[in-house]
Design a protein around this ligand. Sequence first.
Ligand code: SAM
Length: 288
Amino acid sequence: MSETMALTDIGTIKEVLARHGFTFSKKWGQNFLINPSVCPRMAAASGADKQSGVLEIGPGIGVLTKELAKVAGKVVAVEVDERLPAVLKETLADYDNVTVLLGDVLKVDLAAVLREQFGDRPVAVCANLPYYITSPIVMALLESRLPFTSLTLMVQKEAAVRLCAAPGTRDCGAVSLAVQYYAEPEILFAVSRGSFMPAPNVDSAVIRLNIRKKPPCTVRDEKLLFRLIRAAFGQRRKTLQNALGGGGFDKAAVVAACEAAGLPATARAEQLTLTQFAALCDALGERL
Ligand code: SAM
């Protein structure tokens, strides 16, 4: 197929997919982009250039992959659906800087992929994520501590709001604080449900998480910090002492730790900044 192959054209998509006997799989969250303006914008937002690489998750039939291949030095796309590499071989035939790896992104050894495929190149992640595993993928990428420069991701609109919520706001949850710990998040632009085939029941948004070089606060025990945050938001309407007490922490230790950290034990999770959670975590760590 030639470079002129329009992967956002519904007729072309149907023809290619029919030829490969492909039908959409709900299980893999397959909603392919058909709005021609979205992929070039995502590729530009990824910051990729000819000196850098891009890791894509779920290339589908390659509509975003193609735009990434135009701007980046190298693109590696991880796709779980074993029917798609044959399609991609055809749709990406004009691009010799793309490698497709068959596998589940949550099981692939990403450190090895970075080392073996990208060498010394800086690497950004850019993807239209399968919505059924948005949070696990985002958290796996962040917690991997791999040296990604940024993650430019299409996610459900509601997930975008949650992932990018600032501490102290109503939308902020455990996942927002985890994101804040590793990255500086921003919502870039909205994408309507009609931009996909088949159209999902929800609208989407593209977000960018700019990876921090180091966390915005220091804490002695990171695991405890995230356990604490999850427990506090697990019962977000309750006060810290009750939410944490009910979430497996010793209530007396929680009250004493709040006092040591200069926080009222009657505060609620959504009122705390990440730095305050870190202070509470260190104070609690000494008392457990
Ligand atoms: N990038 C394409 C586009 O924008 O049209 C497809 C996006 S579609 C929302 C999500 C893609 O992720 C599908 O191709 C699906 O098969 C793939 N996928 C789903 N789960 C995956 C996983 N665990 N690992 C890798 N790819 C996955």
